[in-house]
Design a protein around this ligand. Structure first.
Ligand code: BTN
Length: 259
């Protein structure tokens, strides 16, 4: 284990590891050990993953040189509000990449929790949670936010095209991305604590790719096309389709009508 090669705000408890199977797997084991040992704000950071995981059971390309972190959070909120943290993290990621970005690059949020750089995916988020057994399973015990940012490499064989900072000619480092993300995540979490989800929802919508335009959403058993009109109060995607309004809770978004 290497200790403290970056300085983060003191609310975080940073654990640096060289190689793990998946930082989310490690974070879930640690989260279960309780908040005395691994408090809210613990970040597991690995230099490389051998079994990095993405949403919907996909593999996450995880060689050395990219950012792989999982945050352990212990917010006192009902399970149905857990998704709000995906949008807080998306804003923090887009802030940190925006600060590092040379002029002329476009950064957008893509529903639910991806970040696009010049219309290709540069970062993704995998959120996993556990509910409190003594509170009837409705309240969160812990939440793990796993974040991957392609800094020096990206996969070529993805359904949605991917990129990395290096491919787009930026010279930023993993350390800069982690420091920027952690500061901005703290700011947005404080805003959320004071003002609730609404400013997060509004800011995410301002930065969203495809708002007001035709999009296609792939669900496990069907594909729905429509106009992306809103994000509801729980972070679900609101689509206006030929047959009416559809509210979508999970799926893969593609831009344009016929994907
Ligand atoms: C996605 O867009 O599909 C989500 C990708 C999440 C990848 C990160 S890398 C750190 C953490 N550990 C994992 O195994 N996955 C997440």
């Amino acid at each position: 284990m290497i200790k403290n090669s970056v300085r983060l705000p003191t609310v975080y408890n940073l654990i640096e590891l060289d190689q793990v199977d998946s930082t989310n797997k490690v974070a879930k084991v640690y989260a279960d050990k309780g908040e005395d040992v691994y408090p809210d704000g613990t970040i597991i950071w690995a230099k490389e993953q051998t079994e990095g995981r993405g949403r919907r059971g996909r593999t996450w390309h995880s060689p050395p040189g990219n950012l792989y972190i999982s945050l352990i959070l212990r917010p006192e909120i009902p399970l149905k509000r857990a998704g709000e943290f995906g949008f807080i993290a998306s804003l923090a990621l887009s802030d940190s990449l925006g600060t590092l970005s040379p002029a002329g690059h476009e950064i957008f949020c893509k529903w639910p929790n991806d970040i696009l750089l010049n219309d290709k995916k540069v970062a993704g988020l995998l959120m996993e949670s556990h509910t409190h057994p003594t509170l009837g399973g409705e309240h969160l015990d812990w939440l793990v936010l796993g974040i991957g940012v392609n800094i020096i490499s990206h996969p070529e064989d993805t359904d949605f095209p991917a990129t990395s900072l290096r491919f787009e000619q930026w010279s930023s480092t993993v350390e800069e991305a982690l420091t920027g993300f952690s500061k901005s995540f703290l700011n947005w979490t404080n805003r959320w604590l004071n003002e609730g989800f609404e400013p997060v929802r509004k800011n995410w919508l301002w930065r969203a790719k495809g708002k007001g335009e035709p999009i296609t959403v792939r669900l496990p058993n069907e594909t729905i096309s429509g106009r992306f009109i809103d994000l509801n109060e729980y972070g679900a995607l609101v689509l206006e389709t030929e047959t009416g309004i559809e509210t979508i809770h999970s799926g893969d978004v593609f831009f344009g009508q016929d994907r």
